[in-house]
Design a protein around this ligand. Structure first.
Ligand code: UT7
Length: 329
C-alpha cells in the first residue's frame, strides 16, 4: 500500500506521550513470582514498567497523551474531527475508548472508533487514519495507542507478567500538500499483515462471547520471538518499498518495544546502524499499541528525532499481526 498517488499527505503535526505515575521494578515482581532482575534484564532488556491506578482507565491515559499531542501541534480540542484509538484493553467492551476520549476531551461530534490489532494496533490505526486525512475526509485527526496490559496479566505466570506495562501515545495528523514523492512530509507508505493461523501463540483466554470474563494473556514466548524477527524485517522491507525508499535512507527506526533482543535481531537482519534505533523497552516494557508513539515522543523530547527526519515504525503482536510505516516528520 502506498499513498504516493495522492496529492495530499497525512502529516504528523504533533506528538504526545503519557505514562502513569507508578513504576514497578523487576525486583518488585521477583517478590511475586520466581524470577529475578538479572533474568528479566538479560532476556528482555526490561528494567521497569509503569502501572495505571485502579481508578485510571485506558481512556484517561489516552486523553492525557492526546492533550499533549494537540498542544505540541498548537491545535485545540474543538478542531478534532477524527479520533482513532488503537487498544486491546478498552475501559468497557463498548463504547469504544475513542468515544470516551471524545467526550472527556470535549471534542465536537465527529468520527471516533477503536482499532484492535494488539501490539500492531498503532501502525494499523495510522493506515486507517491516512485513509481519511489523505482524502480530505478529516482535517485534524488524533491517532492514539493506549493500553493497560497489566489488567490482562496472570500475576502467577512469570513467563508473561514481567513483560508488559501501561501507557499511551498519540499523534495528530493533518493534511498537507505533497508531490507524491519520498521528499513529502507525512505518511509515505505502509505494509500491514496478519497470519490468523497463529492465533494460539499469543491470545487472551477470555472474552464476552466465550467465557464472559476478561481473561489473561497467554503466550508461547519463544515461538512468538522466532516469528517476530522474520516478520518485522519483512514488514520494514515492504513498507520501505511502498514508500520508494531504501533502508539506508531511513534516519530513525522506531520499533515496537517488546524485547531488546528482538529489536537487536531485526537490526542485525537488516544491517541497521544501532545508533539509529530508538529503544525505550528498558523503562516502558511492552505497552502494546502505545509503545511506538511513546518511543517516538521520547526521542523527539530528547532531541534525537527532528522535523524532516525519515522514520520507519514497525510492530508485531497477537493475531499474529505485524506491520510497518514510513513517515517523513
Ligand atoms: O508484543 C507482542 C509480541 N511479544 C513478543 O514479541 C515477545 C516475544 N518473546 C520474548 O520476548 C521471549 O521469548 C521471552 C522474553 C518471553 C522469553 O525469553 P526466552 O529466551 O525465549 O525464554 P524461554 O521462553 O525459552 O524460556 C527459557 C527459560 C525457561 O526455563 P526452562 O524451561 O529452560 O527451565 C522458562 O521457564 O526461562 C524460564 N523463564 C523465566 N525464568 C525466570 C521464563 N520466564 C521467566 C522469568 N524468570 N520471568
Amino acid at each position: 500500500m502506498s499513498s504516493a498517488a495522492s496529492t495530499l499527505r497525512s502529516a504528523v503535526t504533533g506528538v504526545g506521550g503519557y505514562l502513569p505515575e507508578q513504576v514497578v521494578t523487576n525486583d518488585e515482581l521477583a517478590a511475586l513470582v520466581d524470577t529475578s532482575d538479572a533474568w528479566i534484564q538479560e532476556r528482555t532488556g526490561i528494567r521497569q514498567r509503569h502501572k495505571a491506578r485502579d481508578d485510571q482507565p485506558t481512556s484517561d491515559l489516552a486523553v492525557e497523551a492526546a492533550r499533549r499531542a494537540l498542544a505540541d501541534a498548537g491545535r485545540t480540542v474543538d478542531e478534532v474531527d477524527l479520533i482513532i484509538v488503537a487498544t486491546t484493553t478498552p475501559d468497557m467492551t463498548f463504547p469504544a475508548v475513542a468515544s470516551i476520549v471524545q467526550r472527556k476531551l470535549g471534542c465536537p461530534v465527529g468520527i471516533a472508533f477503536d482499532v484492535q490489532a494488539v501490539c500492531s494496533g498503532f501502525v494499523y490505526a495510522l493506515s486507517v487514519a491516512d485513509g481519511f486525512v489523505a482524502r480530505d475526509h478529516a482535517r485534524c485527526a488524533l491517532v492514539i495507542g493506549a493500553d493497560e496490559m497489566t489488567r490482562l496479566m496472570d500475576w502467577t505466570d512469570r513467563t508473561t507478567c514481567v513483560l508488559f506495562g501501561d501507557g499511551a501515545g498519540a499523534v495528530l495528523l493533518e493534511p498537507r500538500p505533497g508531490q507524491g514523492t519520498k521528499t513529502d512530509q507525512g505518511l509515505l507508505g505502509f505494509a500491514l499483515r496478519c497470519d490468523g493461523t497463529r492465533t494460539e501463540l499469543l491470545y487472551v483466554d477470555g472474552g464476552p462471547a466465550t467465557t464472559g470474563t476478561i481473561g489473561h494473556l497467554r503466550m508461547a514466548g519463544n515461538q512468538v520471538f522466532r516469528h517476530a524477527v522474520v516478520n518485522i524485517s519483512e514488514g520494514i522491507t515492504a513498507a520501505a518499498e511502498a514508500a520508494g525508499l531504501t533502508i539506508p535512507e531511513i534516519d530513525w527506526f522506531v520499533p515496537h518495544q517488546a524485547n531488546q533482543r528482538i529489536i537487536k535481531g531485526v537490526g542485525e537482519r537488516l544491517g541497521l546502524d544501532e545508533s539509529k534505533v530508538i529503544s525505550t523497552v528498558a523503562l516502558h516494557a511492552n505497552t502494546s499499541a502505545a509503545s511506538i508513539p511513546l518511543a517516538l515522543d521520547a526521542a523527539i523530547r530528547d532531541g534525537r528525532i527532528k522535523r524532516g527526519d525519515l522514520l520507519m515504525l514497525e510492530a508485531m503482536g497477537g493475531g499474529l499481526t505485524w506491520g510497518a510505516c514510513a513517515i517523513r516528520l
